[in-house]
Write a protein that binds this ligand. Sequence first.
Ligand code: ZN
Ligand code: MN
Length: 492
Amino acid sequence: MTTKARTEYEVVVGVEVHVQLKTRSKMFCACPRDYYNAEPNTHVCPVCLGAPGVLPVINREAVHFTILAGLAMGCEIPAESKFDRKNYPYPDLMKGYQISQYDRPLCVGGALEIEGDDGPKTVRLERIHLEEDTARLLHRDDGAEPYSLIDVNRSGVPLMELVTKPDMRSGHETAAFLRTLRQLLRYLEISDADMEKGSFRFDVNLSLRPRGTQPLGTKVELKNMNSFRSAQRGVEFEVQRQSAILESGGRILLETRGFVDATGETASQRSKEEAHDYRYFPEPDLPPLRIPAEEVAALRERLPELPDAKRARFEREYGLPHDEAALLAETRARAGAFEEAVRAAGDPKRARAVAHWLIGDVARHLNALGADAELADTRVTPAHIGELARLVEERTVTASSAKEVLDAAFESGEMPAAIVEARGLRIVSDAGAIDEVARRVIEANPKAVDDYRGGKESAIKFLVGQVMREMRGRADPNGATEALRSHLEAGR
Ligand code: ZN
Ligand code: MN
């Protein structure tokens, strides 16, 4: 990207996100919704197969989940909404049309706060509506000729579609919006929002305009991005490609482009001039959907504490710095484990220590298990963490022994106090024993002793480390420091 292009053009980005909702049954029939571990074509009935003459029934849970998402983002929930048919022929669309919502969606407006390029930023939403997913096509090339298989299990899975206003101004902001949205959906427990499983899919619409001007440039739609990182790279590549065209006096084509992960580039898929006319019309088999105000009020009561509010409360209640509070509030499970561990530690003052265990050594164990691993996936419970923080604070074990205790707890699931006893890790605060080791360490390290006596205070840290090493991490560090200091001063 040339510096000139970077300063002269501004990118304007909006996104469309499709989210599979974690309901029990499908959108318009009683088939089980969860198909991830099911044999293909086992969650199927005449409705989701699109047999003629069958009637759809609206899934109340899917409507509620969508309204919950809308309320969490401050959308207006109109008293009446309706479903429409979106017509287009494709092999994965069993009926030849998708039941969707055209001009009267369930949720209107709203916004999501994100961490933008220049600090906190509001990304406004256009709408959120409800529709049904299509069947899944599996393209194979393992025979004489390529062929395709169809899995109808996904047909009719509730799909929530969210459309933003064009409020993002960079690839980074686009990725930040998507991350924040996924976090919120997971907090609400209405979707797995898992990109790999296809339960969180997005398209990015973007255009360039000369900086400082209002009218939007020609829109390009980006598809095929399967990670937040690829969304960011896709936008950045388009800024580069389009500004080069505009620089040289060229014209941007209205088109759909696919992101290619391997190269980080985008490639034209189809020109929008040949876009379908979906011939939307009201779904004749479904009456308009009326949502009484009391129902909306009851759903509002169901909203959990949301990520930002939780993070702010963690800062306030436990005196945690912003970044630590944000890390702990990142998932509802982690936040819950934190507060449970603080209770188990027996004193809210130990919250900071509990936070450090969770963010540090516990996170290291969880990362080894996988990106989305939570404490609940291991043999360690919040009670373990609370007890460990208490043992360190009460000086039953040293910080370095505590790490060994934690590792052992991940192995066996045993409680920290029991591990301390079984392994003989109780702190040694016997002044005589420490004094003996301190004397030996001083004799063996004349250089550090000279440094200390010459005024280099920090040399004592090295000597404390040597005492700890001799005592296999079990020496009370304060006792060791005191013993060393008295010998060093005496010998001046
Ligand atoms: Zn069905
Ligand atoms: Mn859609």
